[in-house]
Design a protein around this ligand. Structure first.
Ligand SMILES: Cc1cc2nc3c(=O)[nH]c(=O)nc-3n(C[C@H](O)[C@H](O)[C@H](O)COP(=O)(O)OP(=O)(O)OC[C@H]3O[C@@H](n4cnc5c(N)ncnc54)[C@H](O)[C@@H]3O)c2cc1C
Ligand SMILES: NC(=O)c1ccc[n+]([C@@H]2O[C@H](COP(=O)([O-])OP(=O)(O)OC[C@H]3O[C@@H](n4cnc5c(N)ncnc54)[C@H](O)[C@@H]3O)[C@@H](O)[C@H]2O)c1
Length: 628
C-alpha cells in the first residue's frame, strides 16, 4: 500500500500513525539481530518502516536485502531510501528493480551527501544531480508503482541555509511527483510548526511526517545534535544536563521531553504522523509511544520467535551469562532480553548489536564542507602541523578533529599532559580513557548508569602510529603481560596479542539488583568495523584539499602507511603505565615537509603478524571489502 494513502487515512480519521527508520547495521551479526528486532517492533503497529540507503558497496546491498525481508517475511509496509550520490543510472535501476521484486511500493528519493572530492563530482548519465531528478526518473520508469517521498529541512541544510531556496527546491520535488515529506530530526516544535505554515504557504499540500529522534543517553543526544546541527530548546538542556551522568534518568526524562514534543506537534492539528529515527534500538521509541498512548503499556512485543530459526543459535549473547532458569527456555529468554543492547549503548559497544558503531542516521564520513574544514584545521604541510592540531584539540583550543567530533572531555583532562606529550612526539592520539577503580556511578567525571552503582575502566589509548615506530612499540607491548593491543593498516593487515576473538571489557559497572553491565568492549569484529570508519575519516579529510596540494599528499600518506592501534592496560589499578610504553620514542623529521614519506620509507615493521586481516575478517563472516 502506498504511504500517501496511509497518511491520508490518518488525516481523514484524525488517528495519528507512526513509522520507524532502520539503517543497515555495520556487522553481519548486527543485521541478523536487527531482523529479530524488526520482527518484534512489528507488534507496535507502525504504519510503515524505512530502510536507509547505505551508500556504496555492501551497505547498499544490505539495504535491498532488509527491504526484501521486511516486506516479504515480516509483512511490514516498507519504504526504501535511495540516493543519487555515486549512483550511475544502472545502479539506480538495479536498486529499484530489487525493491519492485520485493513488493516494495514506496521510495524516499534523496540526493545523498555530495562526494567530498569536488573535482570528481559528475552528475551521472541521466542527470541525477538533485533528488528532484531522481523523483522524475522513478516516475518515468515505474509510473505509479512507487509512491515517492522526499526530504524536508525545517532546520536548514548544511550546504544550504537559505530557507527560501530550500523551499523552492522542496516544491520542485513535489511538482516532480513527490507525494509526502519526511523531515530531518529536530527538537524545536515551534520552529517546525512555523516551517509547516511556510510549506503550506508555498503551495505544497502533501502530508508532512516529522522526524523524531528519541533520547538514549546524554552523550549520544549531544553528539547527534552537534552532528546534525539542530537547535535544542533551553528547556531540554535544563531538563537533561543536571542528570547527564544517570543514564536511567536521562532515558526517563528524555522520554517525557520527546513525548511532549510529539504531543505539541500532534495537537497543532496540522500533522498526523510521526517518524522515529530508531537508530536500530527499540526501547526509547517504545517508551515515547507508550507515553503518547499510541501503544499500550502492555503492548510490548510478543514472545513470538522467528518461525524459521532459533534466535539463541545466533550467538546473540555469551552463553555463560544466560541464567540457569532459562537453560531449556530459549524463546522466552530471547523475549526477556530483547532490550539487551539498549542501555547504555556506547560507541564501542557490542558489535552484535544492530545499533553498533552508528554515529549518525546515514553514512559515516567527515562532516562539514571542504571550506569549513580547511578553515578549522588549516592546510597542514608537515607532521608537526598535524600533531599541533591534535595538541590544540587536547588543550581545548579546537572543538573537534576528524576523529573526535566533540570537544575534549573532562575525563581526558586527567591524562592531558601525557596525551599532549605523545602527540608532540608524533603519535596521533584518537581516543583515550584513564583507568578507574570503582567510583560512584554518579561521579561527575567518570560516572554513568543508574544511581547507587560503581563504575570501573581500564586505561586505554588509541592512536595512529608511524611504521617507523610500530615494531618497537609492539615489541614493548608484548613484553608486558597486562597489555593487549590491536594494530591495523588501512588495507587490513591486522596484528594483535589478544588471547581470543571475544570481547575484552574496558568499561563496566556494578549496579544494585542488576547483572554487571559492560557497555564498552574491544574485540576483533568491532575493531575491523571501526578501522574502516577511522581511515575513511582521514581520507575524507585529505580530500578536503585539492589533489596536488601538500596537505592532501601528507594526510593521504599517513592514511596509506600508518597503523591504527588500540592499547589496553588490563590491570585497571594502573593509570599511567600505558604511557611508559612510549618512553624515548619519537618520530624523526616531524618538520620535514616530506615527513610522511620519510615515515613511509622508514623502517618497516616485522612484528609477528599474529593474524592476517583478510583471513581474520573472513573467519568472522566478513571480508574487509564487504565492510568498506
Ligand atoms: C528524512 C531523511 C532521510 C534521509 N535518508 C538518507 C539515506 O537513507 N541515505 C543518505 O545517504 N542520506 C539520507 N539523507 C540525507 C540527505 O541525503 C542529505 O541531507 C542530502 O544532503 C540532501 O538530500 P535531499 O534529497 O534533500 O537533496 P535535494 O533536495 O536534492 O537538495 C540538495 C541541495 O541541492 C539544492 N538544490 C535542489 N534542487 C536544486 C536546483 N534545482 N538547483 C540548485 N540547487 C538545488 C537544495 O537546495 C539543497 O541545498 C536523509 C535526509 C532526510 C531528511
Ligand atoms: N576500538 C574499537 O573497537 C572501536 C570501535 C568503534 C569506535 N571506536 C572508537 O570510538 C571513539 C568514539 O567513541 P566515544 O564517542 O565513546 O568517544 P569520544 O570520541 O567522545 O572519546 C572518548 C574519550 O577519548 C577522549 N578523546 C577524544 N579525542 C581524543 C584525542 N584526539 N586524543 C586523546 N583522547 C581523545 C575523549 O575526551 C573521551 O574521554 C572513536 O573515536 C573510536 O576511537 C573504537
Amino acid at each position: 500500500m502506498h504511504i500517501k494513502d496511509k497518511l491520508a487515512e490518518a488525516e481523514r480519521t484524525k488517528r495519528p500513525v507512526f513509522s520507524f527508520e532502520f539503517f543497515p547495521p555495520k556487522t553481519e551479526q548486527g543485521v541478523i539481530n536487527l531482523y529479530d528486532r524488526m520482527y518484534n517492533m512489528h507488534d507496535f503497529g507502525p504504519a510503515f518502516i524505512d530502510v536507509t540507503w547505505g551508500a556504496g558497496g555492501s551497505r547498499s546491498q544490505i539495504t535491498c536485502e532488509m527491504v526484501h525481508k521486511a516486506q516479504t517475511f515480516f509483512g511490514l509496509e516498507t519504504c526504501m531510501h535511495l540516493t543519487c550520490t555515486d549512483m550511475p543510472s544502472s545502479k539506480i535501476d538495479e536498486a529499484l528493480e530489487a525493491a519492485h521484486t520485493a513488493g516494495c511500493t514506496n521510495i524516499l528519493a534523496l540526493r545523498g551527501d555530495p562526494p567530498r572530492e569536488k573535482e570528481k563530482w559528475q552528475a551521472v548519465e541521466g542527470g541525477f544531480r538533485y533528488a528532484r531528478d531522481l523523483v522524475k526518473y522513478i516516475k518515468q520508469r515505474y509510473g505509479n508503482w512507487f509512491d515517492i517521498g522526499v526530504a524536508g529541512y525545517p532546520e536548514g541544510l548544511e550546504d544550504n541555509q537559505d530557507q527560501d531556496l530550500l523551499m523552492e527546491h522542496l516544491k520542485e520535488k513535489i511538482d516532480a511527483g513527490g507525494t509526502f515529506i519526511v523531515t530531518q530530526m529536530f527538537y524545536d516544535a515551534e520552529n517546525f510548526l512555523l516551517w509547516v505554515d511556510k510549506v503550506r504557504a508555498a503551495g505544497i499540500n502533501v502530508p508532512i511526517v516529522p522526524g523524531i529522534m528519541p533520547i538514549q543517553t546524554w552523550d549520544s543526544f549531544k553528539r547527534r545534535v552537534g552532528h546534525m546541527n539542530v537547535h535544542v530548546p533551553q528547556k531540554m538542556i535544563d531538563g537533561l544536563e543536571p542528570i547527564r551522568n544517570d543514564d536511567a534518568q536521562v532515558q526517563e526524562v528524555g522520554k517525557d521531553l520527546i513525548a511532549e514534543l510529539c504531543q505539541k506537534i500532534l495537537d497543532s492539528g496540522k500533522i498526523f504522523a510521526l517518524h522515529f529515527y530508531t537508530m536500530n534500538l527499540a526501547k526509547s521509541t517504545r517508551l515515547v509511544l507508550e507515553e503518547l498512548g499510541l501503544v499500550s503499556k502492555d503492548g510490548t512485543p510478543s514472545n513470538r520467535a522467528l518461525p524459521w530459526r532459533q534466535s539463541l543459535g545466533l550467538n546473540r549473547r555469551e552463553e555463560d551469562v544466560r541464567p540457569i532458569f532459562w537453560k531449556n527456555r530459549n524463546k522466552s529468554y530471547v523475549a526477556r532480553t530483547q532490550d539487551w543492547d539498549e542501555f547504555p549503548n556506547g560507541r564501542w559497544g557490542d558489535s552484535r548489536s544492530p545499533a553498533f558503531g552508528e554515529l549518525d542516521a546515514y553514512d559515516v564520513g567527515l562532516k562539514g564542507t571542504n571550506e569549513q574544514n580547511i578553515k578549522l584545521w588549516g592546510k597542514p604541510e608537515t607532521l608537526r602541523d598535524v600533531a599541533n592540531l591534535f595538541i590544540r584539540f587536547l588543550e581545548g583550543k579546537l572543538k573537534n578533529l576528524p576523529w573526535s567530533d566533540s570537544p575534549i572531555t573532562s575525563e581526558a583532562l586527567g591524562i592531558q599532559s601525557e596525551l599532549v606529550d605523545l602527540n608532540r612526539r608524533g603519535f596521533l592520539t584518537i581516543t583515550s580513557q584513564p583507568s578507574v577503580n570503582g567510583v560512584k556511578s554518579n561521579h561527575p567525571i567518570h560516572g554513568w548508569g543508574p544511581q547507587g552503582g560503581y563504575v570501573y575502566q581500564k586505561a586505554y589509548v588509541e592512536l595512529l602510529v608511524s611504521p617507523q615506530l610500530i615494531k618497537e612499540l609492539i615489541g614493548r607491548i608484548e613484553k608486558n603481560p597486562n597489555i593487549t593491543y590491536y594494530a591495523v593498516t588501512q588495507d587490513g593487515n591486522l596484528r594483535t596479542n589478544a588471547p581470543t576473538d571475544g570481547p575484552n571489557a574496558v568499561t563496566w559497572g556494578v549496579f544494585p539488583g542488576k547483572e554487571i553491565v559492560q557497555p564498552t568492549i574491544i574485540e576483533t569484529v568491532s575493531f575491523l568495523a571501526w578501522k574502516d570508519e577511522a581511515f575513511k575519516l582521514g581520507t575524507d579529510w585529505a580530500k578536503c584539499h585539492s589533489a596536488m596540494s601538500p596537505s592532501r599528499h601528507l594526510i593521504d600518506n599517513i592514511m596509506d602507511t600508518w597503523y591504527l592501534i588500540n592499547i589496553v592496560d588490563n590491570d585497571f589499578h594502573q593509570t599511567l603505565d600505558i604511557f611508559k610504553l612510549f618512553e624515548g620514542l619519537k618520530v624523526k623529521n616531524m618538520d620535514d615537509p616530506a615527513s610522511a614519506e620519510t615515515i613511509m620509507n622508514g623502517h618497516q615493521p616485522d612484528a609477528r603478524p599474529l593474524v592476517n586481516g583478510e583471513h581474520k575478517a573472513a573467519v568472522n563472516g566478513f571480508s574487509n571489502k564487504d565492510l568498506n
